[in-house]
Design a protein around this ligand. Structure first.
Ligand code: SF4
Length: 490
């Protein structure tokens, strides 16, 4: 079961957390549309409301009134391929001998089955097949014998994979980011408290200030009076494995992730794309909305230098940037349509070309990715039907050649067009006049990271975690679940 989700947690000074959580979930809606939920704690009792559907549909006024308490967490979940299953909706919550736990998870464990088997053998009963419940049970077990910080450290020593978590333990709110920082999580300050969120856009929505990212391997505990937070660096790791696709595709452009404004990163990736594979055409246009920032950076760079890298003459304006495709905003991303047939129809519903921008011109169309190739094929055909003389396709990221095991419901290897085709073969299949992707080095350069500090698994086939049957790009090993990987008391 894979998922791509948004998580949030707040601790306020005396004010109910439910409404700020609800607004924050709205800001994170792009990270998950299958289910939405909030768990709060009022100092005596835990309250939970989790429903299938969008945030606006999942909560009524009365539901928020019943979620009392100044501490709480929230979650939005992405649809998985295939069936929609309410047992995996989050936050996951339990009550046990040492209090109550609520847990929201963004990411995916690669050793959840091993831990589940071990816990099941010890008598734990599971109600879902999701890995969030595995983390919750493991943490609950540790909390029977250890304080909060040691219990979290103990669980971090057993779970392997990507995770950004927001957790309530009674009325204490905490956030945890996996030792390689694969999925984002940041801390914000509000007028009367603190917030943890997948993206800083959620903090902005509440008029808060971004404080910083949660560090890889760090536990952040929000103080119960909303006055601050405590930090515990529980695991040190030599390298990080930030998901570069957060910057390219997933995150909102107005979010700041790992110190980088996503919009600016996308523009700079577009500039690199021009430097690496620019082609002189009459017009450059984005695939709305995903390609817009890339196309704007690409066109800017094209205004400064020629495709050969020479400075432009004063009377040479470079390539014209134009909006040649209009998007029907009431059709969802093709990426999340469950069947091929639905995806094919959705492309035609989604985009409408502006003929006067395209007819009789050579066109460069820019997007952030090609997954199955369906959209690109139809797009090129659409532009040629509109009278484009040539259609060049440029992609602001490397080709996706392998699936994601870290919580992104992307596609299987068989479905990915680049998994077994060269760039030339893909160009022929989508019937473009030329096709180019950005290099992985350019991505690392723009994000200001060493390649080894990024997860590039889906574009190289080498992952930063030990995944059965796959290659890794670093020295990693799974924790021995039966043993104690991290002593709980050091
Ligand atoms: S495999 Fe790709 S999508 Fe998945 S975490 Fe790594 S970079 Fe992100």
């Amino acid at each position: 079961m894979t998922e791509k989700c948004g998580v949030v947690g707040v601790s306020l000074d005396g004010r109910d957390a439910a409404r700020p959580l609800y607004y924050a979930l709205y800001a994170l809606q792009h990270r998950g549309q299958e289910s939405a939920g909030i768990v709060t704690h009022d100092g005596f009792q835990q309250h939970s409301h989790v429903e299938m559907g969008l945030v606006g549909d999942a909560f009524g006024e009365g539901d928020l009134d019943e979620l009392t308490g100044a501490a709480g967490i929230g979650h939005v979940r992405y649809p998985t391929a295939g069936s929609v299953d309410s047992s995996c909706a989050q936050p996951f919550s339990v009550s046990f001998k040492s209090g109550s736990l609520g847990l929201s998870h963004n990411g995916n464990l690669v050793n959840a089955d091993e831990i589940r088997d071990e816990l099941a053998a010890a008598g734990h009963a599971f109600t879902s097949d999701g890995d969030t419940e595995v983390i919750t049970h493991d943490l609950a077990r540790n909390l029977l014998e250890e304080d909060l910080v040691r219990a979290v450290k103990h669980t971090m020593g057993r779970i392997h994979g990507s995770y950004s978590l927001t957790i309530t333990h009674d009325d204490t709110v905490l956030g945890v980011r996996d030792p390689q920082g694969n999925r984002p999580l940041c801390i914000g300050e509000l007028e009367d408290g603190y917030i943890l969120a997948s993206e800083s856009a959620a903090i902005d929505t509440l008029d808060g200030e971004l404080v910083r990212d949660v560090r890889p391997g760090e536990l952040v505990v929000l103080q119960e009076d909303g006055q601050g937070f405590d930090s515990y660096q529980l695991v040190e790791n030599e390298n990080t494995a930030h998901c570069f696709f957060e910057h390219v595709y997933f995150a909102r452009p107005d979010s700041v992730i790992d110190d980088t404004l996503v919009y600016e990163a996308r523009r700079n990736l577009g500039r690199k794309l021009w430097e690496e594979s620019g082609v002189e055409t009459d017009v450059v246009m984005p695939v709305p909305d995903s390609g817009r920032a890339f196309a704007s950076g690409y066109a800017d760079a094209a205004g400064e230098t020629t495709a050969d890298g020479e400075a432009r003459d004063a009377d040479d304006d470079g390539v014209e940037f134009a909006e040649g495709l209009m998007k029907n905003r009431y059709v969802g991303r093709t990426f999340i349509m469950p069947t091929q047939d639905e995806r094919e129809r959705a492309v035609r519903l989604k985009l409408n070309p502006i003929k006067s921008t395209i007819e009789g011109k050579t066109v460069t169309v820019i997007d952030d990715s090609i997954v199955r190739g369906t959209t690109s094929t139809q797009l090129v055909q659409l532009l040629k039907d509109c009278g484009a003389e040539a259609v060049h396709v440029r992609i602001g990221a490397p080709a996706i050649v392998a699936p994601c095991y870290m919580g992104i419901d992307m596609a299987t290897r068989e479905e990915l067009i680049a998994s077994d085709k060269s760039v030339g073969e893909i160009r022929d299949e989508i019937a473009a006049d030329s096709l180019a992707y950005l290099s992985t080095d350019a991505v690392a350069d723009v994000l200001g990271k060493e390649r080894i500090d990024l997860c590039l698994g889906c574009v190289t086939g080498e992952y930063p975690y030990d995944i059965e049957g796959e290659e890794t790009d670093r020295d990693v090993s799974r924790p021995d679940v039966g043993g104690q990987q991290l002593p709980a008391d050091d």
